[in-house]
Design a protein around this ligand. Structure first.
Ligand SMILES: [Zn+2]
Length: 66
């Protein structure tokens, strides 16, 4: 894959979402991969959430305060 720097929009299947304390898991209706997202605290930005990303890949947590 040479598209690592592009933002890949996944379409989470909302009915399949399972939630833990600070993570959610489901699969993508577009690419049918397992995807997940999580929430974390950034000392500069406060609480952030990461866009859905394919499980096993490092999410892009580039610091861009919303
Ligand atoms: Zn996808």
């Amino acid at each position: 894959m040479t598209t690592l720097n592009k933002i890949q929009l996944h379409k989470p299947n909302v009915q399949a979402i399972s939630t833990t304390e600070d993570e959610q898991f489901t699969f993508c209706e577009n690419c049918e991969q397992n995807i997940e997202r999580f929430f974390y605290y950034d000392e500069d930005c406060g609480w952030r959430d990461v866009h859905w990303f394919i499980s096993g890949y490092n999410p892009n947590t580039g610091k861009v305060c919303a």
